[in-house]
Design a protein around this ligand. Structure first.
Ligand code: GLA
Ligand code: ZN
Length: 689
């Protein structure tokens, strides 16, 4: 196989007679497709009964792939139960949040605590590994599919109690962590503890709980329970195949599972990109950077995207001409070393028959979508290995924390309307649109490579984070926190100190009270000459060393600080006490970035996204992505060659991007301050296989 960005997608030849496979492979060759994700929903085929395995179809699929010079990302297929299994062992079916034990149906439908599921899924994974470990077509293992959801059955309740014993040790510790003296909840026996559901602590759905500490622990437990399914399958694979890299496809910013708990167990990260309708380009970019952050900056795979349209939404718009190409290069710009589709051939029946596919029902190559897919396939082939293994030399970090997401959105007060992703995205967007590369990392990440650390709505501050943030400022860096950051500990117990808790010394402020208003109420914030608007939450800030940067315009706190800056060591702590609108966030973040000379050379262009990757040989690649419908007319900031066209542009010369156009500037000599010390943990080298 050549060294290139892997290209292909989910392929379900088992749905078709073999003469269709001939057409498939002819078209794959035409489109430059080299990678097939196979077997994702094939359990009822590979194991038609408990004592019968039948791998004849998979044998033929892999053999054919190898003959055609393609490789396979082989799924274990354990995400959708076969009917016989659910019928024979009803315990494998999930119990939902309302307490209803489900009967057979759909997919992603197994109870993670079921011993039968564990036994049969690992047996299947082991069988597949035994058979295909040394197959020339095998490139990677794809365990299960889009792990998610939760189970509330009695067995999971027991497993939760065992997990709690492990975590808290004693009931006293648990009672203290959950603050159970409130509402007469002191537990005197582990068996009294119930999973938090509609039948117990919740009302109005999963976000309204009487005990945040309990709900937080259940989400952590479910994350671990599903992770246990993954690691068990991985072990079963490893018994036969010690080397082939293993992944499972994540969903980017997916609230139910804390992917940071999973990250150490993956050989490489991969994810499925289906941005919400109307999302700005920085939304999928944030998810890409979050996924890249899972493995300490190592490249990831774009495991799925639609070539044209989804099917599951009420309204499923097409990707316009050029949008697929732009989205694919955006993924590569943010660290993808593979670009795969769901799906290669459209299913004939069932709920995804109208989902976009590389090959439609008529099997034609002369469609717009096929032409775009094929054009991109050839472009990626021509690009070769230029971007493979490249790293993002970010000097800005954004802390992303599932615990804070859960705690913020289950909190009663101050406002149900503050959404974690929206606020995090606003800060991310501001930095990215200013041209800064951003690593999206967990609270536990090593912060020493960064000049700027953004901590928007970092509701829970855990471990020694505060000290490590102070160290960033001590050595001259800038740390920015916002309203509702630093409020509670890992159990969601309020800190018994001034708000923002352990961040207060670094921020140089004290917050005694906070106001919340309906969304239509707009507060003006004056930032020097600049006026921003703020909504939802207004913390009232007392300066304790910090100086005001912005002030509220109205109400009894008019004239008091809404944004502050505190000199700390050789650096600064910035505190934004309210939910500023995007121009306000942009203004503040650009001031912070400017302090470190981190505003990019094209930050002035509203539709242009830039992203940097440093190739293993030290070549710096600057991706320019024009998200606009108009040409982007720029002036080149440096002499560089576009990897896609081979065109050289001198510094100061005009550089024009087509609407939705992409340029990858190759800048051979990294600027000295951009040479970072190498980080640990590489991507598995899939090229060597
Ligand atoms: C998910 C799944 C696929 C398919 C697509 C459709 O990503 O993994 O099996 O259902 O969605 O968009
Ligand atoms: Zn269960």
């Amino acid at each position: 196989m050549s060294d290139r960005i892997r290209y292909g997608g989910d392929y379900n030849p088992e749905q078709w007679p073999e003469r269709v496979w001939d057409d498939d492979h002819r078209l794959f060759t035409e489109a430059g497709i080299d990678t097939l994700t196979v077997g994702v929903f094939s359990w009822s085929l590979t194991q038609p009964a408990e004592d019968t395995y039948d791998l004849t179809v998979l044998d033929r699929v892999l053999k054919r792939a190898a003959e055609e010079g393609r490789q396979v990302c082989l799924a274990t297929g354990t995400a959708a139960l076969p009917p016989w299994l659910a019928k024979k062992y009803p315990e494998v079916n999930r119990t939902d949040f309302e307490g209803r034990r489900h009967r057979y149906g759909q997919r992603h439908n197994f109870c993670p605590g079921s011993p039968v599921y564990r036994r049969l899924s690992t047996a299947l994974a082991g069988r597949l590994a035994e058979r295909y470990a040394d197959h020339p077509a095998l490139l990677a293992w794809h365990i299960n599919n889009e792990y998610g959801g939760a189970c509330y059955c009695d067995r999971c309740a027991d497993a939760f109690r065992a997990w709690l014993r492990e975590r808290h040790g004693t009931l006293d510790a648990l009672n203290d962590a959950w603050w159970t003296t409130f509402w007469s909840h002191r537990y005197t026996d582990w068996d009294q503890i119930e999973p938090p559901s509609a039948l117990t602590e919740h009302w109005r759905g999963p976000d309204h709980t009487a005990f945040q500490g309990l709900t937080l622990d259940y989400r952590r437990f479910m994350t671990d329970a599903l992770l246990g399914c993954f690691t068990a399958e991985k072990e079963a694979i490893r018994a036969h195949d010690p080397h082939t890299p293993v992944t499972t496809n994540f969903m980017g910013m997916y609230r139910p599972l804390d992917y940071h708990r999973w990250a150490p167990h993956l050989d490489f990260a991969s994810w499925d990109n289906y941005p919400p309708l109307g999302a700005p380009p920085t939304w999928p970019a944030l998810a890409h950077d979050l996924m890249r952050g899972l493995k300490d900056g190592a490249p990831f795979w774009l495991m799925e995207q639609t070539p044209s349209t989804t099917a599951c939404r009420d309204v499923n718009p097409l990707r316009r001409p050029g949008e697929l190409r732009l989205a694919t290069f955006q993924a590569i710009a943010h660290g993808a070393d593979a670009a795969l589709y769901f799906q290669l051939r459209a299913s004939r029946g069932a709920c995804e028959k109208y989902h976009g596919a590389v090959i439609g029902h008529a099997g034609r190559a002369d469609t717009r979508v096929f032409r775009e897919v094929a054009g991109l396939g050839h472009e990626l082939a021509a690009l070769g290995d230029a971007t493979l293994g490249a790293r993002t030399p970010a000097r800005t970090a954004l802390l992303f924390d599932w615990d804070s997401w859960w705690a913020l959105e289950t909190s009663d007060g101050p406002s149900r309307l503050v959404r974690y992703q929206d606020t995090v995205h606003a800060y991310y967007r501001a930095a990215r649109e200013a041209g800064a590369d951003v690593d999206v990392v967990p609270q536990t990440a090593d912060l020493t490579p960064y000049d700027v650390v953004l901590a928007p709505v970092l509701h829970l501050v855990k471990g020694d984070l505060a000290a490590r943030l102070e160290a960033v400022a001590e050595r001259g860096g800038t740390v920015l926190a916002t309203f509702l950051s630093g409020r509670a500990d890992e159990h969601d117990r309020a800190f018994l100190t001034d708000v923002p808790g352990p961040l207060a010394p670094l921020m140089g402020v004290r917050v005694d009270e906070w106001d919340a208003r309906p969304p239509e109420f707009v507060q003006s914030v004056r930032l020097g000459e600049f006026r921003a608007e703020a909504r939802l939450v207004f913390e009232i800030v007392l300066e304790r060393g910090a100086e005001p940067v912005g002030t509220y315009g109205t109400d009894f706190y008019a004239g008091t600080p809404a944004v502050t800056r505190n000199a700390f060591g050789r650096g600064e702590g910035w505190y934004v006490a309210t939910d500023l609108d995007q121009p306000g966030v942009d203004h503040v973040v650009r001031r912070v970035l400017a302090r470190h000379d981190l505003i990019g050379p094209y930050a002035g262009h509203p539709a242009l996204e830039t992203a940097t990757r440093t190739a293993p040989d030290g070549t710096r690649l600057l991706f320019l992505l024009n998200h606009g419908r108009e040409p982007a007319r720029l002036t080149a900031h440096a002499t560089a060659t576009d990897l896609l066209t081979g065109r050289r542009t001198g510094a100061g010369e005009p550089l024009t991007l087509d609407p939705l156009g992409v340029v990858i500037l190759s800048l051979p000599y990294p600027r000295p301050q951009q040479m970072r010390r190498p980080r640990s943990s590489g991507t598995p080298d899939l090229r060597k296989k």
